[in-house]
Ligand binder design. Structure first.
Ligand SMILES: Cc1cc2nc3c(=O)[nH]c(=O)nc-3n(C[C@H](O)[C@H](O)[C@H](O)COP(=O)(O)OP(=O)(O)OC[C@H]3O[C@@H](n4cnc5c(N)ncnc54)[C@H](O)[C@@H]3O)c2cc1C
Ligand code: SF4
Ligand code: SF4
Ligand code: SF4
Length: 377
């Protein structure tokens, strides 16, 4: 297998990462390259990674980057060794269990976007001492509208303050080196998007880099239809929904206030303005947004290499099972009604199918034209 087939590149430094990934829009702003750089010369900006010092050409950034693609079948074999059944039409990878669940605690349920399940399992793991912290994502104040910002949560309040989906890229993987170097952390959970799961698995499989993720006990993936990326489009959407002119928006954040309402906070100058809106209007606008170039060629909807994916919790590994079983045994999660179960099933099937089809068609077209495509198996 060539380096290209393995989803890595044969070249070695930041210049090549820039040429082969960033400048041709294959970067998913996952933050992986910044976390593995031994001389800390990669900074995450709203336009992707930027070189802020001298590159020593170690090649780490290229080896973990999910942008050029990932040998999904190879990693699957290594991780699951043929164990676990395939999900319906293999749309969402391999699993050893799938259940419909929602948070039992009303506050957790209200703050989460799809039942607060992620927050519920994290609060459980923190309170039991299974983990010392979770690597989560906040809206960013200063990195632009299209970037989320990684943040550590160590208790229920911090988990709840970061609950809810931020439909933007997140640099959460940049926190991996902080966690590695923090003597108060022995075990951690990471919540991330499928391409970020791929980057973590590449780190785990790399003898020079596995130390960086040795404290990561649980890799939790969110389903990913694709984030919002275009700064100008984001501005237009916020303008449509709030009436604040796109050119006046300095920062933005949103959080749920009830099961049907969402609070938009828009920073104009130094002042935050607040608008409460029906959540469906926001979700419909986000779904119809233009997709990032790399995302149109991504077929991993459900974090197929994770320990556990939300969607309907899809348990893939023993660790994922342990995390979910404990939360259920403690009564933190319960089975929702039929309507919610059917809705989740439809979402998990329809969006996964659509994402895989789009990726296949885009890749076929680009291949015909001789354009760059990520490695696909
Ligand atoms: C960009 C994006 C696209 C998505 N697309 C789909 C989709 O098409 N179909 C679908 O079923 N679900 C999708 N999801 C997942 C869905 O929105 C919910 O996050 C998921 O179902 C978990 O809901 P919950 O209430 O259990 O989680 P919560 O309890 O609300 O917890 C969610 C956790 O995710 C973390 N998080 C938020 N934003 C990000 C981010 N950008 N990157 C990494 N972590 C983040 C938060 O810190 C929080 O801890 C998407 C999520 C994102 C971020
Ligand atoms: S590792 Fe992540 S952030 Fe860095 S170039 Fe690759 S996709 Fe972009
Ligand atoms: S030093 Fe290594 S990780 Fe850092 S930019 Fe250069 S090649 Fe990438
Ligand atoms: S669509 Fe794929 S590449 Fe884009 S953010 Fe989601 S998982 Fe990453």
């Amino acid at each position: 297998m060539t380096d290209r087939e393995a989803g890595t590149l044969t070249v070695k430094g930041f210049l090549e990462l820039k040429n082969e990934v960033i400048d041709i829009d294959l970067c998913t702003r996952c933050g992986g390259c910044a976390s593995v750089c031994p001389v800390n010369v990669i900074a995450m900006t709203k336009n992707g990674p930027s070189l802020v010092g001298d590159c020593i050409k170690c090649g780490n950034c290229l080896r973990v980057c999910p942008g050029p693609g990932t040998d999904m079948a190879g990693f699957e074999r290594k991780l699951f060794g043929g164990k676990g059944r395939r999900t319906f039409l293999s749309l969402n990878g391999r699993c050893i269990g799938r259940e419909h669940l929602m948070a039992s605690d009303k506050e957790v349920f209200r703050k989460g976007y799809f039942g607060g399940r992620v927050s519920a399992v994290l609060i459980g793991a923190l309170e039991r001492g299974d983990i010392d912290c979770a690597l989560l994502t906040d809206w960013s104040d200063g990195k632009g509208l299209s970037m989320g910002q990684g943040k550590l949560a160590r208790n229920r309040e911090e988990v709840l303050s970061l609950a809810g989906s931020k439909y933007v890229f997140s640099d959460v993987l940049t926190l991996l080196s902080d966690v590695r170097d923090d003597p108060t952390v022995k075990r951690a959970a990471v919540v991330c998007l499928p391409c970020q799961v791929q980057a973590i698995r590449k780190m785990e499989g790399d003898p020079a880099l596995k130390g960086l993720v040795s404290k990561v006990r649980y890799i939790i993936s969110l389903n990913c239809g694709a984030p919002m990326v275009d700064e100008a489009e984001w501005g237009r959407i916020i303008e449509d929904l709030t009436g604040v002119g796109a050119e006046d928006i300095n920062a933005f954040r949103a959080y749920k206030t009830s099961s049907k309402k969402i609070m938009f906070e828009v920073k104009v100058g130094t002042e935050w303005k607040r608008f409460e809106l029906p959540i469906y209007r926001y979700l419909l606008r986000v779904k119809s947004a233009v997709k990032w170039h790399r995302c149109t060629m991504c077929s991993d909807y459900a974090g197929e290499l994770s320990d556990i994916t939300f969607g309907a919790p899809l348990v893939r590994t023993k660790r994922g099972k342990e995390l979910l079983d404990r939360a259920v045994a403690e009564g933190r999660l319960k089975r929702p009604g039929l309507k919610r179960r059917v809705f989740q099933d439809l979402m998990d099937t329809y969006w996964a199918m659509r994402k895989k089809r789009t990726a296949k068609a885009t890749i076929r077209k680009r291949r015909k034209k001789g354009l760059k495509i990520p490695f696909v198996h």
